[in-house]
Design a protein around this ligand. Structure first.
Ligand code: BES
Ligand code: MN
Ligand code: ZN
Length: 506
């Protein structure tokens, strides 16, 4: 998929040859003297078209317009959210046609266009991704190239660059999450991470069973002991700032298949537990995007990767294991395995003296019940971190919602035989899982994102969403210590924080 950003006024867009032209029409459309404005004015006046987000009207070989097909698409107030809705509707209409080259015109939007361009590029990437790795023939060739037309490419460039980096990151995350468990074992996942290690400023190290045993990660090892697939502990480093700059650590749950273990899951939809590594793939996708943008930051990615299976050496309900932190854990339910692999990764994170640690996990079915597929659940022990993540969710249209961490919720985790049990009762399962993790995250500002509802879709559209790569990337970019993200040379000397400068335009 190729994207190009071009300065093209509406008059110029009218003359642009292409298979299909999508023109986003805002509700406050200002009419100009060009064929596109004339067409839009006519359609609006006749009542055949409205500028409501996602409304469509198509025309074919229209006088004065060089494109073969033209689609007017309503974009409401032109906000990034409405731009996303509009682009989704427009591309759905194009999908089955023989369009190779399309122009997406944002020149009629009256708002600053950087955020709209970012939203448009991400929506295009989302709509045009197809999974074909384990099909015998590649999927139908979709659109190859999209030109984004704006009034001023220079002012939209930052949004465009963010958008194209995100598309790469999201595609990487989707691709590895979608692969079936026999095509995405812990070893193969580590191979994918190593591939990222070839990109600028990224280093990858992979630990196997022996190294993990030497680290005494007893909780992680307990999950892996029931499967013939050897575990992997993946450590990624993005080094875009001076060594002295404390990193943000991202920890991703990498259960490549979750059968539940001895506390086995019911058969219905168990296939979807191949997606139980979406935390891990979101970390990989975020690194893919970082490699594109090269922000002046340090980021560490930690991925405990394993299957959760039912072998005769599998951990049993009631077994007590010793985590890397020294805390003992009674494994009352082997299906609560995510928190077991994460707790050791959180302890490992301490060695980086991190500025913040964020774990990302498809952790609980209870999260799906609580928030569905709209928002990820956010937990945090640190106010500024919680605010920055919430803000990043909003700016990237990848929403999350803060949940409570009252001490009372930890009551049910008490055990008669260990320091803590790995499950509490059925009530507030999304919170009690977070309370378990919190015990291992006392030495740094910490946040936990439960993405069980948002990381993939079931049903006929079954597939990974790539969430929360957009949220994580926006959060990380918000941590770049200067006014304009992306403009800082990599490994720049630490810059003194300047008073915020009023910016004009974007
Ligand atoms: N990977 C699952 C969580 C999950 C289930 C995500 C369904 C999305 C859809 C996790 O490992 C799990 O099995 N959690 C248990 C915890 C319970 C045993 C306390 C759950 O949610 O049922
Ligand atoms: Mn489980
Ligand atoms: Zn799981």
């Amino acid at each position: 998929m190729d994207f190009e950003l071009k300065t093209l006024t509406r008059t110029r867009v009218s003359g642009e040859k292409c298979d299909a032209l999508l023109v986003l029409i805002p509700q406050d459309l200002s009419l100009e003297d060009d064929p596109l404005s004339a067409l839009a004015a006519l359609a609006l006046k006749s009542g055949d078209f409205e500028a409501k987000p996602g409304k469509l009207l198509s025309a074919y070989r229209t006088p004065g317009i060089a494109a073969t097909r033209v689609f007017l698409v309503g974009a409401g107030d032109g906000s990034p959210k409405n731009v996303r809705t509009a682009v989704n509707a427009g591309l759905a209409a194009l999908k089955n046609g023989n369009t190779q080259r399309a122009v997406l015109c944002l020149s009629a939007l009256n708002k600053p266009q950087a955020d709209a361009v970012r939203a448009a590029v991400v929506a295009c990437g989302d709509a045009l991704y197809t999974y074909s790795t384990t099909k015998s023939k590649p999927g139908p060739t979709k659109l190859q190239r999209i030109v984004l037309a704006v009034n001023d490419a220079a002012s939209a460039k930052a949004g465009f660059d963010k958008g194209t980096a995100l598309v790469k990151g999201i595609e990487f995350a989707k691709e590895w999450a979608n692969r079936p468990a026999n095509h995405a074992t812990p070893t193969l996942l580590a191979g994918a991470a190593k591939g990222l290690g070839k990109l600028r400023n990224i280093k990858v190290e992979v630990l196997g069973p022996k190294e993990v045993a030497d680290l005494a990660m007893g909780a992680f090892m307990a999950v892996a002991q029931g499967t013939a697939e050897p575990l992997r502990f993946i450590v990624l480093r993005y080094e875009g700032a001076a060594k002295s700059v404390a990193p943000v650590v991202l920890v991703g749950k990498g259960i490549t298949f979750d059968s539940g273990g001895i506390s086995i899951k019911p058969a219905a939809e168990m296939d979807e537990m191949k997606f139980d590594m979406c935390g891990a793939t979101s970390v990989l996708g975020t690194f893919r995007a970082l490699a594109e943008l090269q922000p002046a930051l340090n980021v560490v990615g930690l991925i405990p990767a394993s299957e959760n299976m039912t072998g005769d050496s599998a951990v049993k309900p009631g077994d007590v294991v010793t985590s890397m932190s020294g805390q003992t854990i009674e494994v009352l339910n082997t299906d609560a395995e995510g928190r077991l692999v994460l707790c050791d990764a959180l302890t490992y994170a301490e060695r980086f003296k991190p500025k913040a640690v964020i774990d990302i996990a498809t952790l609980t079915g209870a999260c799906v019940i609580a928030l569905g597929g709209v928002r990820s659940a956010l937990f945090s022990t640190d106010e500024p971190l919680a605010q920055a993540l919430t803000q990043a969710g909003e700016s990237s249209l990848d929403l999350c919602w803060r949940m409570p961490l009252d001490e009372e919720y930890a009551e049910g985790l008490k055990s008669n035989f260990a320091d803590v049990a790995n499950i509490a009762g059925r009530a507030a399962g999304v919170v009690t899982a977070a309370k378990f993790l919190q015990r291992f995250a006392t030495r740094f500002p910490w946040a936990h994102l439960d993405i069980a509802g948002t990381a993939w879709k079931g049903g006929t559209a079954k597939g990974a969403t790539g969430r929360p790569v957009p949220l994580l990337l926006d959060y990380l970019l918000s941590q770049v210590p200067v006014a304009v993200a992306g403009k800082v040379p990599a490994r720049a000397k630490p810059v003194k924080r300047r008073a915020p400068v009023a910016k004009t335009g974007v």
